[in-house]
Write a protein that binds this ligand. Structure first.
Ligand code: MG
Length: 156
């Protein structure tokens, strides 16, 4: 199983896209879609196609908009969202999701979960560093970030 933990702000939108389009997207209604960095969205879609990874939403958008709506509106294979840990780092929430997944599906402990994390913030755990790709919130997801994610998740 391959999982991509996806942040939205600073990844699928950026200061760059907000300057270009005059504002940040806050929702996924039809009028919000052009406010995303659609090249970044397409690159994430391509990471999933090339590596067969599914997405777990780690962004606060999981609370404000919901992972189902985000996945549907942006045509991304989002299957779940990370749990919330009050005052916890995002890395802890990702760790919780991975642990729960292994409890629910014991067979995963032997086959393992291959994962990557993409986020503009760096509050990940030390053990997650090798699987973490940090974007620059000014510019959002770049081609180099895309390459790094495909490398971590591995092509099929
Ligand atoms: Mg962010």
């Amino acid at each position: 199983m391959k999982v991509l933990f996806l942040d939205i702000d600073g990844v699928l939108n950026s200061k760059r896209s907000a300057v270009a389009f005059n504002k940040f997207p806050w929702d996924v209604k039809p009028e919000d879609i052009p406010l995303f960095d659609l090249v970044a969205v397409a690159l994430i879609r391509k990471v999933c196609k090339e590596t067969h990874a599914k997405i777990v939403l780690s962004s606060t958008w999981r609370h404000t908009v919901g992972w189902e709506r985000v996945g549907q509106a942006l045509d991304l294979p989002i299957i779940d969202a990370t749990p919330t840990k009050i005052n916890g780092k995002r890395g802890h929430e990702i760790e919780m999701w991975l642990e729960r997944q292994c409890t629910r599906h014991p067979e995963l402990q032997t086959t393992g979960i291959t994962y990557a994390i993409v986020d503009d913030d760096s509050d990940m755990l030390e053990a997650q560093r090798p699987f973490f790709v940090q974007t620059d919130g000014e510019n959002g997801l770049t081609l180099a970030n895309y390459d790094a994610l495909v490398k971590i998740l591995g092509k099929i």
